[in-house]
Design a protein around this ligand. Structure first.
Ligand code: ATP
Ligand code: XMP
Ligand code: GLN
Ligand code: MG
Length: 511
C-alpha cells in the first residue's frame, strides 16, 4: 500500500465474508486490506489504519484454539468494529462473557435500536439484519453499553461510547439492507474517514509502487488475454514502458483460435513488447498420464514459470514477473485461515524455487473491481467483459488424463456452446459458460448404429465475483441447440448433460 493513503484494515478471523467487508469499505472510497488475525500489532500500526474491522469466524471464543489478536490493539485508540466473532472476541478479551446462545440465529432477524447515535445514526428504530451465530454475549465488558437487540440476542450491537463497537449481525451482506449505512456511519462518523480513494487513485498508486520497486530494471508480464492480466499489463506498462515485456504462452490448453486472436488483439490495440511462445509440446508431455486435478494444476503452475525463465534468459537479466492475480485466486489457493479449495496455478501452483520477484497489482481486488479499473484505463470492452478463463485452461475441463484427442473434442464442443450463447444474446448476462469433457463414455444410437462415446457437460453460471455462483437458467431451446449441434458436429460425443449445481457446494470449474 501507499504511504499516507487513508486505509482501513480488516483483521480476518476466518470468516466467510471477510472479503465482502473489504469490498464494502472500498465501495465507500476507502482503501482496504485484509490481514490475518495474528498479524503483529507493529505491522498493523505501520500502515496507520484509520480503523480496523474484526471479521466473523467459525470458532467460539471459549474454545481452546480460538484465534485471538494482540490485546494491546484495544489501547491504541484506533476505532475498531467487531463483526460477529469479531464482536464476541472483543467482548471476551475485555472481560465480558460469551456463551452458547439459548437460541442460535441464522438468517433474517429484526433489530431494535436503543441508541440511534453512532453507528445507527440517521437510521430507523427497527431494522432488518442478517445473522449467523450460535454464541451470544451474556455480560458486557466494563464501560460498554448495549446499542441494539433482537428477540433472541439481548446484545446485538454494543459500544464503549468512544472508539470500540461490535455488531452480532453482518452489515456487509446484501441481506442486511441498511448494512452499508451502518458501516459508513462507523467509517465516516466514528473513524473520520474522508473517502478520497478511487479506482483512478488506485491506478496511480500502483504505477508509482511498481516504479519504486523496479526502478530501471526489467520485468516480464504473464499475459493471457484475459481481463486481469491485460489490466496488470497496462498498469505495469505505464510504470515501466519498454522495460516491460509481455509473454503470452500457448500451452496447448487454449480454446479454439484463442492464441491467434489474443496475439492479433494485442498487437493491434496495444503498443507493448509482446512475445508469443508455443509451449504446447512441453506442457502436454508433462501432463501425460496425470489424472489428479491438483497434480495437473501444480505441473501447469511450474511449467508456466519454466517457460518464463527460458524467455527471460533470452532477454538478459530480468528480476520481476507481473501477474494478474486477483483476491479469489489467493483465497482459494488457501491462506493461514482459509482452506485450500483448489491450487490456482499463479498462486499455490508456483514452484518453490521461483527466481522472480512477483508484482501483482490486483491481488486485493475482485473481478468486477478489476473490470472498473480496466474501463478507467481505456481497455476495450470486449476484453473488459470477456468471461474468465482459468490459467490451466482446458486441462481442468478435460477430466482425468489430458490428451490431444480429448482436447480437440472439447475445443469443438466449447466453441459451439459459446457461439450459441452469443447468438442468443445471453453472453453478457453470464459470469461464465463453457463445455466440460467428462471422463464418462456411454452408449448411444446414431444412424441406426451403436455408439460408445464421450459425455460433454455444459456449465453456465451467474456470479458477482466468482466466490459464489448459481447455475444459469438457460432457455431450453438454447440448451437444445447446443446439444444437437455438439452431438451432430463433434465426433466422439454422443451425449450432452447440463450442470445444475451452484457454488457452493460445487465449484465453477470441474477440477
Ligand atoms: N496463457 C497464459 N500466458 C501467460 N500468462 C498467463 C496465461 N494464462 C494465465 N496467465 C497468468 O496467470 C494469471 C491468472 O490467470 P487468470 O485466468 O486468473 O487471469 P486472466 O487470464 O488475466 O483473466 P481472466 O480471469 O479474465 O481469464 C493471469 O493474470 C496471467 O498473469
Ligand atoms: O487463473 C486461474 N487459475 C486457476 O488455476 C483457476 N482455477 C479456477 N479459476 C477461475 O476462478 C473462478 C472460480 O473458480 P472455481 O469456482 O472453479 O474455483 C472461475 O472463474 C474459474 O474459471 C482459475 N483461474
Ligand atoms: N459467524 C460468526 O462469526 C460466528 C461466530 C461464533 N462461532 C458463533 O457461532 O457465534
Ligand atoms: Mg485467464
Amino acid at each position: 500500500m501507499i504511504k499516507d493513503q487513508e486505509n482501513v484494515i480488516v483483521l480476518d478471523f476466518g470468516g466467510q465474508y471477510s472479503q465482502l467487508i473489504a469490498r464494502r469499505v472500498r465501495e465507500a472510497n476507502i482503501y482496504c486490506e485484509i490481514l490475518p488475525y495474528n498479524t503483529p500489532l507493529d505491522e498493523i500500526l505501520s500502515r496507520k489504519p484509520k480503523a480496523v474491522i474484526f471479521s466473523g469466524g467459525p470458532a467460539s471464543v471459549y474454545s481452546e484454539n480460538a484465534p485471538v489478536c494482540d490485546k494491546r490493539i484495544f489501547d491504541t485508540g484506533i476505532p475498531i468494529l467487531g463483526i460477529c466473532y469479531g464482536m464476541q472476541l472483543m467482548c471476551h478479551m475485555l472481560g465480558g462473557r460469551v456463551e452458547p446462545a439459548e437460541t442460535p440465529e441464522y438468517g433474517r432477524a429484526e433489530l431494535m435500536v436503543d441508541e440511534e447515535d453512532g453507528i445507527f445514526s440517521g437510521l430507523e428504530k427497527n431494522l432488518t439484519v442478517w445473522m449467523s451465530h450460535g454464541d451470544s454475549i451474556i455480560t458486557l465488558p466494563e464501560g460498554f453499553r448495549t446499542l441494539a437487540r433482537t428477540k433472541n440476542t439481548p446484545h446485538a450491537a454494543i459500544g464503549n461510547g468512544r472508539n470500540l463497537f461490535g455488531v452480532q449481525f453482518h452489515p456487509e451482506v446484501a441481506h442486511t439492507p441498511r448494512g452499508k449505512e451502518i458501516l459508513n456511519n462507523f467509517l465516516f462518523g466514528i473513524a473520520g474517514c474522508i473517502g478520497s480513494w478511487s479506482m483512478k487513485a488506485f491506478v496511480e498508486e500502483q504505477i508509482q509502487l511498481i516504479r519504486q520497486r523496479v526502478g530501471n530494471r526489467k520485468a516480464l508480464c504473464a499475459l493471457s488475454g484475459g481481463v486481469d492480466s491485460s489490466v496488470a499489463a497496462l498498469i505495469a506498462h505505464r510504470a515501466l514502458g519498454d522495460n516491460l515485456t509481455c509473454i503470452f504462452v500457448d500451452h496447448g490448453l487454449l480454446r479454439k483460435d484463442e492464441a491467434r486472436k489474443v496475439v492479433e488483439t494485442f498487437k493491434d490495440k496495444f503498443h507493448m513488447n509482446l512475445i508469443a511462445v508455443d509451449a504446447s509440446d512441453r506442457f502436454l508431455k508433462r501432463l501425460e498420464g496425470v489424472t489428479d486435478p491438483e497434480a495437473k494444476r501444480r505441473i501447469i503452475g511450474e511449467e508456466f514459470i519454466r517457460v518464463f525463465e527460458d524467455e527471460a534468459k533470452k532477454l538478459g537479466k530480468i528480476d520481476f514477473l507481473v501477474q494478474g492475480t486477483l483476491y479469489p485466486d489467493v483465497i482459494e489457493s488457501g491462506t493461514q485461515t482459509a482452506a485450500v479449495i483448489k491450487t490456482h496455478h499463479n498462486v499455490g501452483g508456483l514452484p518453490q524455487d521461483l527466481n522472480f520477484e512477483l508484482i501483482e497489482p490486483l491481488r486485493d481486488l475482485f473481478k468486477d473491481e478489476v473490470r472498473r479499473v480496466g474501463l478507467q484505463l481505456g481497455l476495450p470492452e470486449e476484453i473488459v467483459y470477456r468471461h474468465p478463463f482459468p490459467g490451466p485452461g482446458l486441462a481442468v475441463r478435460v477430466l482425468g488424463e489430458v490428451t490431444r484427442e480429448k482436447l480437440a473434442i472439447l475445443r469443438e464442443a466449447d466453441a459451439i456452446v459459446t457461439e450459441e450463447v452469443k447468438k442468443a444474446g445471453l453472453y453478457g448476462e453470464l459470469w461464465q459458460v463453457f463445455a466440460v469433457l467428462t471422463d464418462v463414455k456411454s452408449v448411444g444410437v446414431m444412424g441406426d448404429e451403436r455408439t460408445y462415446a464421450y459425455t460433454v457437460a455444459i456449465r453456465a453460471v451467474t456470479s458477482e465475483d466468482g466466490m459464489t455462483a448459481d447455475w444459469a437458467r438457460l432457455p431450453y431451446d438454447l440448451l437444445d441447440n447446443m446439444s444437437t449441434r455438439i452431438v451432430n458436429e463433434v465426433p466422439g460425443v454422443n451425449r450432452v448433460v447440463y450442470d445444475i449445481t451452484s457454488k457452493p457446494p460445487a465449484t465453477i470449474e470441474w477440477e
